[in-house]
Design a protein. Structure first.
Ligand code: ATP
Ligand code: MG
Length: 429
């Protein structure tokens, strides 16, 4: 007889049947001849009732002694019971403690620091388990969408000879006898790959030495990027709308329990359908001024400005046509002052989740811009080659998975969208 997932028992599929369950002790309490032990597995939590007279003597003894987070295998009969959390309980016939736990270092109401020091254990918590499940689903639905829309998944490098997003957040390291950098974005490599595959996407970690402490920046995050040949700025935004809408529809349908855990009403995600509003940066500046911000044309949005722009909206919104001074060198110009680019801001004040643009295709313009920014041309020769051998109109975008999770799961801090967060003051564990 195999093992049954707790979720399936709670779904009512096994009433009055004998099942085997294995997992970890979540809560435990006993009085005399009766022990109540809740067991969690990856799918759910169920109460196990152990009556001394129904199990072998050694089982009862080890069960009542076992501390929380001990692992256990149980055989028992499923009984409907309104008093039990989840509506079903397991009446044990045997209870084997398979791995005893020491006193668990995490109890209720711990400091954030202690939880982070014990992250390898805290990832067992319901908060993190549910966030990780939403992330796994998000990845599944993104992959699904790209597969259905003629994109090839590719595997760009994460060790690079130069910057993509500017030098201030670059992690440098010793690569044999040279300097190399951890990738900030796969974009430049994806641009090279469209000449082979036309529509490509990749999922890689991106590394950014973010020196300021915020609730939406990690030093290492998972970056989903796409690049599309023959696609302009507007079509690029349409691709993003469709992708985001697809994952929201799927999550609302398939992942209700996890969303509800985070108090995310699945219905709010069903409403996320194209088109998303487009607001030009210039108009956004006006909106901010009207809201009393001391913000002028040419400045970049910080957390407060972004939140102000997206706090009262229900669907994500594109802020387009940023001034050249606040964006990287590779974007195509819309006019003298601005680029054909867009940041997608999530609703409810969560801020930027995607950055995208049409890319500059003209060799001379790129060279000129790179010189203005004192970039080392030698490092980018290969990239400039792309404009020499069959340059085509193309666009792309990069989406921070943890940013989206933070929004979907209403997380206070982005670090809880990743199991082992890397931030300015933490690389352990
Ligand atoms: P921000 O202005 O918020 O720092 P950015 O303009 O630096 O973002 P891009 O370079 O456009 O961001 O990167 C693409 C996407 O990657 C962003 O839209 C965001 O979702 C995500 N992202 C960027 N930096 C981080 C980070 N440090 N931690 C987590 N996600 C990030
Ligand atoms: Mg940044």
């Amino acid at each position: 007889m195999g093992f049954t997932a707790i979720k399936n028992i709670l779904a009512g599929k096994y009433e009055n049947q004998e099942v085997n369950v294995r997992g970890w002790i979540y809560r435990t309490r006993s009085s005399g001849k009766l022990a109540f032990i809740t067991i969690r597995d990856s799918s759910g939590i169920i109460q196990v009732t152990i009556a001394k007279e129904n199990v072998p003597a050694k089982d009862f003894e080890s069960a009542t002694k076992a501390l929380i987070e001990s692992s256990a295998a149980v055989k028992g009969v499923v009984a409907k019971d309104k008093r039990a959390p989840g509506g079903y309980e397991l009446r044990a016939k045997s209870f084997e403690v398979t791995g005893n736990a020491d006193v668990f270092p995490i109890t209720e109401h711990q400091s954030e620091e202690l939880l982070l020091d014990n992250r390898h254990l805290w990832i067992r918590s319901r908060e993190l388990v549910n966030a990780m499940k939403v992330k796994a689903s998000l990845l599944k639905y993104c992959r699904e969408w790209f597969n259905e829309n003629n994109f090839y998944e590719v595997t760009p490098p994460t060790i690079t000879p130069s910057a993509c997003e500017g030098g201030t957040t670059l992690f440098e390291f010793n690569y044999f006898d040279k300097k190399a950098y951890l990738s900030q974005s796969a974009q430049l490599y994806l641009e090279a790959l469209i000449y082979s595959l036309e529509r490509v996407w990749s999922l890689t970690p991106s590394f950014r030495a973010e020196k300021s402490k915020t609730r939406r920046h990690l030093a290492e995050y998972w970056h989903l990027e796409a690049e599309e040949a023959w696609v302009n700025h507007e079509e690029n935004m349409k691709i993003q709308e469709k992708l985001i809408s697809h994952v929201c529809q799927k999550l609302a349908k398939e992942d209700k329990d996890e969303l509800v855990f985070f108090k995310r009403e699945p219905g709010t995600l069903k409403n996320i359908e194209p088109p998303f509003e487009r607001i030009k940066y210039e108009s956004a500046v006006k909106i901010l001024k009207d809201k009393g911000f001391n913000f002028n044309y040419g400045m970049d949005f910080g957390t407060k400005e972004e939140s102000a722009l997206c706090s009262d909206i229900e669907k994500p919104v594109f802020i387009t046509n940023f001034p050249k001074t606040v964006k990287p060198f590779y974007m195509k110009e819309a006019d003298e002052k601005t680029y054909l680019c867009a940041d997608l801001l999530a609703p409810e004040g969560y801020g930027e989740i995607i950055g995208g643009s049409e890319r500059e295709t003209d060799y001379n313009k790129l060279v000129e811009r790179m010189k203005e920014q004192n970039m080392n041309m030698k490092d980018y020769e290969w990239y400039l080659d792309l404009r020499k051998y069959g340059s085509v109109q193309h666009s792309g975008f990069g989406l921070g998975l943890e940013r989206i999770i933070r929004w979907l799961c209403k997380l206070e801090h982005i670090r809880d969208a990743v199991p082992f967060p890397r931030t300015i003051n933490r690389v352990y564990p």
